[in-house]
Design a protein around this ligand. Structure first.
Ligand code: ADP
Ligand code: ASP
Ligand code: MG
Length: 411
């Protein structure tokens, strides 16, 4: 007997019919004698609809009430799945985040999980009861208020609950049958991987592969939760195991580049003709840091006049207006001539542990992109990845180009 967490995303629970299919997957594990906690997302499209209601109701909304509204999607799914399971003769009950309880901080809208008290769920197991837990939501202990974990947060709920109840495995069921070398919906030649290391998955997720929320990978890595990504559309009686996320030591055949990710969530800001003297970078980036705006790529160039410098950097699209506002107010203090912004940019990244021991990996990409006429606006590199910022219109071409370049295309 094992203890399992099974997580089902929005597409997998998009209708009552699909929830019945999910129940068949759960039944398979229960019949095999396992203790099962299921974590569910809202039905697909539901969370967007709820976010829309909030912004219709109040432009500058109170994030605490935002959380009350958007957390409700998961409540519906957990109740429906418990009903279906009971109807199939399987003992089950729903758990909301506050009932578990799954404690999170009070960063409403993107709260971080602090602690999961698994005792209630485990007591249910003793009575042979399946726990159906609403993903995406927790409760802030001091205020007792509902919090949500950021978009895609049900992945994180699932892994954190797996850690909290000391599960043997966490299975993330979704609408693809594993982790691919890049988004299989964009590149049909993408290949499914049997295993991927925590470090690489962390980078893939951070760089835009939406298949797992970044935080879920961090928790899986820290708490050593064996986590699989697999398909809910497989035959419930004969499913594939999907992709295991694991320590890099257990991966025998290592490619130089493992995967390509892309993100259109960044925007570019350039400050033209900034005085070239010590303290200027701090003058630009400290106020942004103080406003909790995350700056990612930074490029500093000598301006055309040879005496000043141009500073280009990226900020998340959601923070663009705030960043421009702050820098515009500080124009005289910082001392720059003009601010230029671009929203139609994309970041394309290549990730691979093999980069640690191979030289010239990124250089090959720059050449291949230039041969396709793709202009690189900014570059960042780290130990196991590099990213280029390009015009958004070229995203797909750039992803396909790098995917082929590093030998990732399916034959
Ligand atoms: P869920 O609703 O189950 O949480 P998501 O839509 O959040 O599902 O994540 C699954 C999607 O992630 C897939 O449909 C796929 O388009 C996308 N995706 C992006 N990059 C990858 C990748 N490298 N491997 C697999 N899927 C990926
Ligand atoms: N329903 C939430 C969202 O759409 C959480 C999730 O699906 O993981 O972001
Ligand atoms: Mg998701």
């Amino acid at each position: 007997m094992a203890r399992l967490v099974m997580k089902f995303g929005g597409t997998s629970v998009a209708s009552v019919e699909r929830i019945k299919n999910v129940a068949c997957h759960v039944k398979r594990e229960v019949d095999a004698g396992h203790e099962v906690a299921v974590v569910v997302s809202a039905m697909s499209g539901k969370t967007n609809e709820l976010v829309g209601y909030v912004t219709d109701a109040a432009k500058l909304y109170d994030p605490r009430e935002y959380d009350v509204v958007v957390a409700s999607g998961e409540q519906v799914t957990s109740g429906l799945l418990a009903l279906v399971l009971n109807d199939m003769g399987i003992a089950a009950r729903s758990w909301q985040g506050w009932q578990v309880p799954l404690y999170a901080d009070d960063a409403h809208g993107s709260a971080r999980i602090e602690n999961v008290d698994g005792s209630g769920i485990i007591a249910g197991f003793a009575a042979r009861e399946v726990a159906v837990v609403s993903g995406f939501q927790g409760v802030h202990k001091a205020t007792g208020r509902i919090t949500t974990l950021g978009r895609g947060g049900s992945d994180t709920s699932a892994v954190a609950i797996a850690a909290g109840i000391k599960a043997d495995r966490c299975d993330i069921y979704t609408d693809v049958d594993g982790i691919y070398t890049t988004d299989p919906r964009m590149v049909p030649k993408a290949q499914r991987m049997d295993k991927v290391s925590f470090e690489e998955m962390l980078e893939l997720a951070s760089m835009g592969a939406k298949v797992l929320q970044v935080r879920s990978v961090e928790i899986a890595m820290v708490h050593k939760v064996p986590t699989y990504v697999r398909s809910s559309f497989d035959d419930p009686m004969n499913p594939n195991t999907g992709t295991l996320i694991c320590d890099e030591e257990t991966i025998v055949e290592q490619q130089v580049i493992t995967g390509i990710a892309y993100s259109k969530d960044d925007t570019e800001i350039t400050l033209r003709q900034v005085a070239d003297k010590p303290g200027v970078a701090a003058g630009v980036f400290m106020p942004l840091a103080d406003a909790n705006i995350n700056v990612d790529m930074i490029v500093q160039n000598i301006s055309e006049d040879g005496r000043t410098t141009d500073i280009t950097f990226t900020v998340p699209a959601a923070e663009y207006d705030r960043a421009v506002d702050i820098l515009t107010k500080l124009k005289d203090e910082i001392g720059y001539r003009a601010l230029q912004g671009a929203k139609d940019v994309a970041k394309v990244s290549a990730i691979g542990i093999g980069m640690r021991s191979h030289a010239g990996v990124a250089a090959r990409a720059f050449k291949a992109l230039s041969e396709k006429g793709i202009n690189i606006r900014a570059i960042t590199t780290s130990e196991i990845k590099f990213s280029v910022l390009i015009d958004a219109a070229y995203t797909e071409l750039a992803v396909r180009t790098l995917h082929s370049l590093y030998g990732l295309d399916k034959a």
